[in-house]
Design a binder for this molecule. Structure first.
Ligand SMILES: Nc1ncnc2c1ncn2[C@@H]1O[C@H](COP(=O)(O)OP(=O)(O)OP(=O)(O)O)[C@@H](O)[C@H]1O
Length: 446
């Protein structure tokens, strides 16, 4: 850690001997004031981060010297005084010089204040990292330089050029939708439509219409013709997310369309030819879903010509911190900010298990950026491990944050706690699954 420098100007020998007993002082490189020049002139020259000053006399000249040397903007002051009113000291305090403790001194408080300043300057200077760029390799929409990601890139490149139906398998938040989109982009028709639908969020009454469309008058409320996703994705890719959550009778219908290559809009006699490549995803183990009777085995074989497994974040080595820096760099660029990250925060990120994978990591960084003024520290990360159940129920809301940000934070936190399960999350938040999907969709475009 960077050696934090403290300028010391003390005259009362009794106070000196009391302060000398404070353990925290050993952490600083101390620079003592000399007797030949006014201390105000020495502060800026000393190059210190903190100034501990016992104040007896302080006048306009002293105030001006501090102002002229720019010490006020670089140095944090801790003044100790007998409490005699002094307008120039008041002025300094209004300028944001730091702390002023009046006698009789509370040594514990002084010690804590010095410790806080020590941590602030230690982290703000050297043990934090400026993050203005990303180091990670990229393929399509995916970023990551780890071996497991490069293997995934090669797999995607191979399969993208074929017409095989692809099933993407991976834990919640690993980037399955990005993989699906990248399969599309890396294929022969990147300009063709890519249409995504969440099978878990479809209402059972509207599912036929969502998939295959309907014609005007097909049912009450069908005021006009509606294109289903098979029409919308014509010539391109149809991404069926959470396919194992589709109701069983719908799975039968989907299977029939995949076998015959034909479908009809609800209320229409016209047979249409299905001209889409199907890419689907699940965060379940498909074999387990089949054994549990919620997913048809014949549909599985139709959909999983080519299964792709997306590695969880914990298997991506240095990509974990690489992604944290990537998201930070992109947000910095977007918001024209220069927020840094403390090295111990990066170590916490590397050591954490990330049950919510890349999504959780991304949102942890975004939340931390809201909470941190300049440097993201470990305490801004609010990682599950260090948060006890009762802590996680209390909300620490910073000021100046929009309602929209708060809503987003609440949704993402619940989602993380439910290990990505959207049905449980929606229920807990008192919104429909559809609303939850819409909001998540919006966040992913932010
Ligand atoms: N390799 C990656 N590079 C950059 N961003 C990523 C990567 N993987 C995931 N993300 C980001 O993480 C978030 C979750 O990704 P995505 O929605 O693709 O995951 P998912 O596995 O489909 O999630 P779910 O299981 O909830 O459907 C998105 O914001 C996405 O941009």
């Amino acid at each position: 850690m960077h050696q934090v420098k403290m300028f010391v100007q003390l005259s009362d020998p009794e106070l000196v001997s009391k302060l000398a007993k404070l353990e925290v002082l050993k952490k600083f490189q101390l620079v003592y004031a000399n007797e030949f020049e006014p201390w105000e002139a020495q502060v800026a020259q000393s190059g210190c981060d903190i100034a501990l000053v016992e104040l007896e006399e302080f006048n306009e000249q002293g105030y001006n010297t501090l102002n002229d040397t720019d010490a006020l903007s670089h140095v944090e002051f801790l003044f100790l005084s007998k409490g005699k009113p002094n307008p120039y000291l008041d002025k300094l305090m209004r300028d944001g010089a730091g702390f002023h403790c009046r006698a009789p001194y509370d040594l514990e408080l002084i010690s804590e204040t010095l410790q806080d300043s020590y941590e602030l300057f230690g982290e703000a200077s050297q043990s934090s990292k400026a993050v203005e760029s990303s180091d990670l390799d990229q393929f399509g929409l995916l970023v990551g330089s780890s071996k497991s990601m490069h293997k995934l890139y090669r797999t995607i490149r191979k399969v993208a050029r074929t017409d095989a139906n692809v099933m993407i398998i991976g834990e919640s938040g690993v980037g399955k939708e990005l993989v699906a989109n990248t399969v599309h982009i890396a294929g022969d028709k990147p300009q063709a439509p890519f249409v995504a639908i969440n099978c878990g969020a479809l209402s059972p009454e509207l599912i036929d219409s969502e998939l295959f469309g309907h014609v005007k008058g097909a049912f009450t409320g069908a005021h006009r013709d509606h294109q289903g996703v098979f029409d919308q994705a014509k010539g391109g890719t149809l991404f069926l997310d959470e396919v194992t959550e589709m109701p069983l009778d719908q799975q039968v219908k989907l299977l029939r369309v995949l076998e015959s290559g034909e479908y009809r809009a609800v209320g229409s006699q016209q047979v249409k030819h299905a001209d889409v490549r199907i890419v689907c995803a699940t965060n379940r183990n498909p074999q387990q879903a089949i054994d549990d009777g919620i997913f048809r085995e014949d549909l599985y074989f139709r959909l999983a010509h080519f299964p792709i497994r997306v590695p969880p974040l914990r298997d991506r080595g240095n990509d974990i911190t690489g992604l944290a820096e990537h998201f930070l760099a992109y947000r910095n660029a977007q918001e024209l900010s220069h927020k840094r990250i403390a090295t111990d925060a990066l170590s916490r990120i590397a050591a954490y298990n990330w049950p919510g994978n890349v999504r959780e990591l991304k949102h942890t960084i975004e939340r931390a950026m809201i909470l941190a003024d300049d440097v993201i520290k470990a305490e801004h990360l609010s990682l599950g491990e260090s948060v006890s159940k009762s802590d996680s129920n209390s909300v620490d809301i910073p000021t100046g944050v929009s309602l929209e940000e708060l809503e987003k934070a609440a949704i993402l936190k619940n989602l993380e706690e439910n290990a990505g399960n959207k049905t449980d999350t929606a229920e807990q938040l008192g919104v429909s699954v559809k609303t939850l999907y819409n909001k998540l969709e919006k966040y992913s475009q932010d």
